[in-house]
Ligand binder design. Structure first.
Ligand SMILES: Nc1ncnc2c1ncn2[C@@H]1O[C@H](COP(=O)(O)OP(=O)(O)OP(=O)(O)O)[C@@H](O)[C@H]1O
Ligand SMILES: [Mg+2]
Length: 321
């Protein structure tokens, strides 16, 4: 096997190990976060308070040698609070750029649905273009720029739900639920002792496995993961089936196909393989499609969930041998 691909797999494996020193359990969540980073995409994180969303992104940043910032979205947040502004400097008699929080690698956009559309779209534009314009000047963002945007699934009051077109820009949705009983017990024990997850991160007990610069280069190696033509057809058919399923009002657009392709390749790499299998595609279809489908109201009222519909879609589409 290609040497660089070996290195990619090794880095992914070590990253998982180091993250596990802080984040207890939540293995699927960690893998999905790594997939977003290694494919150069962005992720939505949905979860109730206190399930370690912030801690996860901080830990990822430490392990992957990347800078971390956080923005708390509020109703009065302005686009310039995200991108930055030119401020007049009296002493120098000139304008100087005060860079906003998008000038980082890993950006945690907390409660993105608390800010109005105009502010949300400033971030989404930066995500899409990987650059921002401030007073007509263009500034390129970090090659590792990855947005993790959180949404609280319970509180909807006074929020501005992301429009469908904006959600589509997130490669996948990471759903974080409360830890398993055994994991919560481990957490409680560690909190009682001196090795709480936070203390572990603060104490520097977590090793950095790569530099930000090397990460930006290594990411390209994912292209070396083989995805055969039959699987490409499979991917496209899954996205297309989401548009015609009887319970679906709005199906997934072509960005979903691209996201599924990238996610399946990264998933194969995490599993230590250099080729994609139909199961990789199936596994990633859930997180990739989940936030892109809108069900017909009559099915929603009946209690049908998007997750169930995705399973039905997967049963419909012929799996390549
Ligand atoms: N799976 C877990 N592994 C390690 N620590 C955890 C886990 N779940 C919860 N915690 C602990 O719960 C606390 C809350 O974590 P954190 O602040 O990251 O949550 P959050 O999801 O960002 O919450 P909020 O939505 O309120 O911002 C931390 O002390 C963290 O150590
Ligand atoms: Mg938080």
């Amino acid at each position: 096997m290609n040497q660089n691909l070996e290195q990619l797999k090794e880095v992914l494996g070590r990253a998982r190990q180091e993250i596990a020193k802080v984040i207890i359990g939540q293995g699927v969540v960690v893998d999905h976060a790594l997939i977003a980073v290694f494919t150069g995409q962005h992720a939505l994180i949905e979860g109730v308070p206190g399930v370690a969303k912030t801690l996860l992104v901080r830990t990822l940043a430490r392990v992957l040698g990347c800078e971390f910032s956080r923005i708390q979205f509020t109703p009065d947040l302005m686009p310039a609070d995200i991108t930055g502004t030119n401020v007049y400097n009296l002493q120098k008699n000139e304008f100087t750029l005060v860079r906003g929080p998008v000038f980082t690698s890993f950006l945690l956009a907390d409660e993105i649905n608390r800010a109005p559309a105009k502010t949300q779209s400033a971030l989404l534009q930066a995500m899409q273009e990987r650059q921002v314009s401030i007073d007509r000047e263009t500034h390129v963002l970090s090659p590792n720029f990855t947005v993790f945007a959180t949404q609280n699934p319970v509180e909807y009051e006074g929020t501005y739900p992301l429009p469908e077109a904006q959600k589509d820009r997130f490669m996948l949705k990471i759903s974080m639920v409360a830890p398993e009983r055994e994991d919560e017990l481990t957490l409680a024990r560690r909190m009682l002792g001196k090795d709480s997850p936070e203390a572990t991160l603060a104490a520097g007990a977590v090793q950095q496995v790569i530099t930000g610069e090397a990460l930006a280069n290594l990411r390209g190696e994912l292209e070396g993961i083989t995805l055969r033509e039959e699987l490409l057809v499979y991917l496209v058919d899954i996205t297309r089936a989401s548009r015609t399923h009887e319970s679906v009002l709005v199906g997934a657009g072509p960005r979903a196909t691209q996201a599924l392709l990238l996610a399946s390749r990264a998933y194969a790499a995490i599993a230590g393989r250099d080729f994609v299998t139909p199961d990789d595609v199936k596994t990633m279809a859930g997180p990739v499609l989940e936030h892109r489908l809108i069900l017909r109201p009559e099915f929603e009222i009946e209690g049908v969930t998007v997750g169930e519909v995705i399973q039905k879609i997967l049963q419909q589409v012929a799996v390549p041998r």
